[in-house]
Design a protein around this ligand. Sequence first.
Ligand code: NDP
Length: 317
Amino acid sequence: MNYRRCGRSGILLPEISLGLWHNFGSVDRYENYLPIALEAFDAGITHFDLANNYGPEPGSAETNFGRILREHLGPYRDELIISTKAGYLMWPGPYGEWGSRKYLMASLDQSLHRMGLDYVDIFYSHRPDPDTPLEETMGALTDIHRQGKALYVGISNYDDEQTRRALEILKRNGTPCLIHQAKYSMFVRQPEAGLMDTLEREGVGLIAYSPLAQGMLTDRYLRGIPADSRAAKPTGFLQRGEVTEQRLKQIGELNAIATRRGQTLAEMALAWLLRDARTTSVLVGASSVEQLRANLKALRSPHLTKEELGEIDKILK
Ligand code: NDP
């Protein structure tokens, strides 16, 4: 594993981190996801990313990860960076989602309980709340940090302008933001429009989520939609409708470049993100050990040439 410094902080993150959004819920099998988590740790993936609502059932990914910690990884707690988040719907009534102090504080307590932990390494505001003053949301992160329930704080899905305001408040509060978790892949390039410059200037790390566009930037959909894929599953967040003709054409063309380079599309898609030093880590998901292993090969990827990057840009336009 290679490790990169997360912004201007003391923390190094693995270039590839593992996310538990899918494949670790109550609808999934322990015998399938336990080996993925253990393989990841053995490969030097020190960072596991969760959220209160990951499952389904919401909360079950944290419960299941708690079991993995209890039965296997617990003795290595000090070698792990475990993150969780709050922002999306978790429980009924007005205090079960968004960005109030009431919700964030209660949610983190629930997450710690489910995972059997005293603290997480990173706690995120999962999405900006248009109706709660940003001072309240950031104030809750600051207090959670001061209580020792999270060693660092982060934000996710905040746009450039919202990010600048959030970073300013956190800095003022004396609890600088460690990291921003943003959707970033060959198919989703919004962070390049300003956010990445802001983060670099402010010394905040960037972790790219859904770096394989939920599986579309792999060989998964080259020959249609397989029955066991995320797009085919009723519990998956990738809709069949997103795998369009135009996407399939792009996927085929990108795959041809990858093949020419002697690698898979997944490897190339991850290497493409990691070519930029501003990307601290890519946060992959995996439904099998084989997928995880395949993705780890991106760490040994040959550099993308200027010509190849130009070719890729042309396909994506
Ligand atoms: P990816 O883009 O890496 O997609 C993962 C999926 O792609 C897998 O489940 C699998 O799909 C397929 N796949 C992965 N590797 C391969 C391979 N080598 N060959 C073929 N198929 C492969 O990431 P996710 O969308 O899962 O997101 C990763 C993490 O990011 C999440 O777990 C979560 O931690 C975080 N996240 C954060 C969000 C936020 O709002 N902050 C939102 C979304 C994600 P299949 O199941 O079909 O096999």
